[in-house]
Ligand binder design. Structure first.
Ligand code: VGL
Ligand code: ZN
Length: 209
């Protein structure tokens, strides 16, 4: 059992957006099942950060931009970039948050992937840019200033943005728990090596009961 400490704990809700729900541009199976439980859980935290995948048209992660098919891989700034259908285009309904939370419930909405030439799975650091570096989003500093030491992660997709965010949070010095039952994966068969390597704990949200 874990007790939520209202100053030291924060909830990170990753990319709970219409395009990742059934019927969206990049639907994650059964993802609609986690929306209501996450909204309920959020009420128990004083610090709740929601990330929002928010791409300009023609984003570097869009297969259409490369004249390739989704799931193919290209090289961008020396890194392997998996290509996706056009999704979470800034200003579209698909990009809107679907977390069912009143505005006031969120401490911060963090938009990522907003630069046309750089993708960003993680809430903490962008993907590798043209300068060969991963720029900080400032989230680690914001959380530290609020006294946060431990982060509970949930949302979409477990094998991409949740994994990347949890790994970077652990690397930034936070204790990190991924709430497995409140995540869904694009490919449930994907192993999650970055989580294991970073020492991220995985648990069911029932540990917070
Ligand atoms: C995501 C693929 C592309 C995610 C975002 O939220 O996991 N996956 N963009
Ligand atoms: Zn994206």
């Amino acid at each position: 059992m874990e007790t939520i400490d209202r100053t030291r704990d924060a909830l990170l809700i990753v990319d709970l957006q219409h395009d990742f729900l059934p019927g969206g541009a990049l639907p994650v199976e059964d993802s609609d099942a986690i929306v209501a439980p996450i909204a309920q859980l959020a009420e128990r935290f004083a610090t709740v950060v929601a990330t929002q995948d928010f791409h300009p048209p023609g984003h570097v992660s869009f297969a259409s931009r490369w004249d390739k098919r989704p799931l193919e891989v290209v090289e961008v700034n020396g890194e392997q970039q998996r290509l996706w259908p056009d999704h979470c285009v800034a200003g579209t309904r698909g990009a809107a948050l679907a977390c069912g939370l009143p505005d006031g419930a969120l401490t911060l909405i963090l938009r990522k992937g907003t630069r046309r030439e750089v993708d960003s799975y993680s809430a903490f650091r962008e993907g590798v840019g043209p300068d060969g570096a991963r720029a900080s989003t400032g989230l680690a500093e914001l959380l530290r200033e609020r006294g946060v030491e431990r982060l509970f992660c949930c949302g979409l997709a477990l094998d991409y943005c949740v994994q990347a965010s949890a790994r970077d949070a652990a690397q930034a010095g936070f204790r990190v728990l991924v709430l497995d039952d409140l995540c869904r994966a694009i490919d449930p068969g994907n192993r999650l090596p970055a989580l294991e390597a970073a020492g991220v704990r995985r648990a069911s949200s029932t540990v917070l009961a």
